[in-house]
Design a protein around this ligand. Structure first.
Ligand code: URA
Length: 231
């Protein structure tokens, strides 16, 4: 492929900027300065910009610790969206959320520009289990565990059986669901007479929210983490 295509897909630089960088002698292919950005390169070539090695990649896979107050969207005309929290380094890949969290929900959110990965994470057929921590306005009761386990009629759909785990503080619970319907956890809790005051997603399948990630921060998934969803 052309050098400017390779670099514009793998870095935040536009083709125009790459042309200027090449003209300045900032780009090397296999150790040799290349002054023209339309030369042909392959993924096997070693390409550097200002001495930094650039690996070719088309797709990006990010784990975000979503803060409250952001919509799980790429754009909105009034509210801030999770993509606003990304640096240019990631934004230029045009990632979108793979699955959604409500505006006031925190925790693990995945972003990608790979449709296949999005499908692997969100398709109802894949039955990926999502684990949440919830704080309720009233103590959860043992009967609620059975109600969650039985599957719940939520009016417009019947929720599949889910797990409710009551902690030492009965207003604090863990919920595991294998679907991702709109407001699902909140609606299931409401169905047993409790309002969710705080909600945080802790894991999606085997993938646990990285405890080192501050709210609003992202890190790339490892190849093993990506593979775990694709298999
Ligand atoms: N269930 C909800 O009610 N809200 C979320 O954000 C995620 C799951």
């Amino acid at each position: 492929m052309r050098l400017d295509k390779y670099l514009s897909e793998s870095t935040p630089y536009s083709r125009k900027e790459i042309k200027i960088l090449a003209g300045k002698g900032a780009i090397c292919v296999n150790g040799t300065i290349v002054k023209k950005s339309d030369v042909q390169v392959t993924e096997q070539d070693e390409i550097t910009v200002n001495g930094e090695k650039i690996f070719y990649r088309k797709f990006i896979y990010l784990m975000m610790n979503k803060p409250a107050g952001y919509l799980s969207a790429t754009w909105d005309d009034k509210d801030p969206v999770v993509v606003d929290l990304l640096s240019e380094e990631y934004k230029h890949f045009e990632p979108f959320p793979a699955g959604r969290l409500d505006k006031d929900t925190e925790g693990l959110l995945l972003l990608t520009n790979d449709g296949q990965f999005d499908h692997a994470v969100t398709s109802p057929r894949k039955n990926v289990v999502k684990r949440y921590f919830a704080r309720l306005d009233a103590p959860a009761e043992f009967n609620d565990i059975a109600a969650f386990r039985a599957g719940m009629d939520l009016g417009d759909f019947i929720a599949k059986p889910a797990d409710l785990e009551i902690t030492e503080k009965p207003c604090e619970v863990f919920v595991e669901v294998s679907e991702g319907k709109f407001h699902q956890v909140k609606r299931m809790c409401e169905k047993v007479g409790k309002n969710v005051l705080y909600l945080k997603r802790l894991s999606i399948g085997e993938l646990v929210l990285d405890p080192a990630l501050e709210p609003g921060k992202v890190r790339e998934l490892t190849p093993e983490e990506i593979e775990a969803f694709m298999k």
